[in-house]
Design a protein around this ligand. Structure first.
Ligand code: PEP
Length: 249
């Protein structure tokens, strides 16, 4: 059975003190839930976040990682460095990495392989831009993003993959995909994985929706059968909002 997941992507927000304060508030207010709850603070605060959370069930995850083992990659962080500080999941392929840092499907495929090779769980993000949605090309685009970065993996790798469908036009814009649009795409993703692998892998992979999920719209989006939770940006920076979203699952 696939897990329900609510993950907060804090992006380039929150200094050390703010990170510790938000984690303390979240840990204190965390509702009883079957869902996995994750937060992705900025790199410089990952180790402190792991320490601050202690035995909490909240998992600290990374926003990115490099594909190389080690070496001359100024500014980058390796899988081993993450493991060394107790991080076992990394977001890969976020649309901001693709748009602002030139991360192509080819680079992302290498990152995914490197992470899985180290037993780091991958939260793989993908989704169409507004023009592709308007021209009706969004299904083709999503299929090609999945094919290029993931479909050369072995079937057994899929137990360490979480998918996050994030239509770019809905990220940080306040405009969210309707629950029906999210369900339609998530069902398409499962169909595509069934064709590339098999129905069992498709049924077992968690597919999160991301894009302007808030406390007010989370329950309706999460109620859709193929939506297994959310990747939350802005609303994960305020404890009460993030907690309300966790309660909605
Ligand atoms: C994101 O960046 O992954 C995201 C979903 O952001 P927001 O919730 O702010 O749209």
């Amino acid at each position: 059975m696939r897990s329900k997941i609510v993950a907060g992507n804090w992006k380039m927000n929150k200094n050390l003190e703010q990170t510790e304060a938000l984690l303390a508030e979240l840990a204190g207010k965390l509702p009883d839930t079957d869902a996995e709850v994750m937060v992705a603070p900025t790199y410089v605060n990952l180790a402190a976040a792991v320490r601050a959370l202690g035995n909490s069930t909240i998992e600290v995850i990374a926003q990115n990682m490099h594909f190389a083992e080690s070496g001359a990659y100024t500014g980058e962080i390796s899988a081993d460095m993450l493991l060394n500080i107790g991080i076992h999941t990394a977001i890969i392929g976020h649309s901001e990495r693709r748009a602002y840092f030139g991360e192509t499907d080819e680079i992302l495929a290498k990152k995914v392989k490197a992470a899985l090779g180290k037993n780091i769980r991958v939260m793989f993000c993908f989704g169409e831009e507004l023009e592709q949605r308007k021209s009706g090309d969004h299904f083709n685009l999503v299929e090609s993003q999945l094919r290029n970065a993931l479909f050369s993996l072995n079937a057994s790798d899929w137990s360490n993959i979480v998918l996050a469908y994030e239509p770019v036009w809905a990220i940080g814009t306040g405009e969210t995909a309707s629950p029906e649009q999210a369900q339609e795409m998530h069902a398409f993703i499962r169909k595509t994985i069934t064709e590339a692998y098999d129905a069992e892998i498709a049924a077992n992979v968690s597919i999160l929706y991301g894009g302007s999920v808030k406390s007010g719209n989370a329950a309706e989006i999460f109620s859709k059968p193929d939506v297994d939770g959310g990747l939350i940006g802005g609303a994960s920076l305020v404890a009460d909002d993030f907690v309300a979203i966790i309660k909605a699952i």
